[in-house]
Design a binder for this molecule. Structure first.
Ligand code: FES
Length: 154
């Protein structure tokens, strides 16, 4: 298996050494690793000839970029209008309490990352969350607990 440095080098080599490719480089690194580490930001800065502070501002400006590694399972609770009105926020709070983290964080054991999103296209089944790529619908606190238990016994 290639080391992270080798893979980053391969990604860099796909693009010309120019500042205008900054976002593409960050996107590819994120696709490969799920997040952009400080080391990869430095590598992009050196390669594209962009100051590290600018790489950092771009990476923090776009919500789609993550600066921390993700847990094994990603829980994304919908807080779009329909889900919000049907108690989506209570689902977030239940998960925060159960996992002992805040939305946007990852548990210490790196099993869960909790995030919120805006509408995942299943409003009729709200409140909804995505567990990795799977939809969990008509959520209640009880259902959330069952979902977590199922993941733990997988
Ligand atoms: S608002 Fe949650 S799925 Fe549409």
């Amino acid at each position: 298996m290639n080391s992270q440095v080798e893979v980053i080098d391969e990604i860099l080599e796909c693009y010309p050494e120019k500042p205008e490719y900054l976002i593409f480089l960050l996107q590819d690194i994120q696709s490969a690793y799920g997040y952009i580490s400080p080391e990869s930001m430095q590598a992009v800065s050196d390669y594209a000839g962009v100051p590290i502070t600018q790489v950092y501002s771009v990476a923090t400006f776009y919500q789609s970029f993550r600066l921390e590694p993700k847990g094994e399972h990603e829980l994304r609770v919908c807080l779009g209008t329909a889900c919000y009105l049907k108690g989506g926020q209570r689902i977030v709070e239940e998960l925060e309490r159960k996992l002992n983290i805040k939305a946007g964080e990852t548990t210490e054991d790196m099993i869960y990352t909790l995030d919120t999103v805006n509408c995942v296209g299943a409003c009729a089944l709200s409140p909804v969350m995505m567990v990795d790529d799977k939809y969990e619908t008509n959520l209640t606190a009880g259902k959330v607990n069952k979902i977590l238990k199922n993941i733990e016994t997988e």
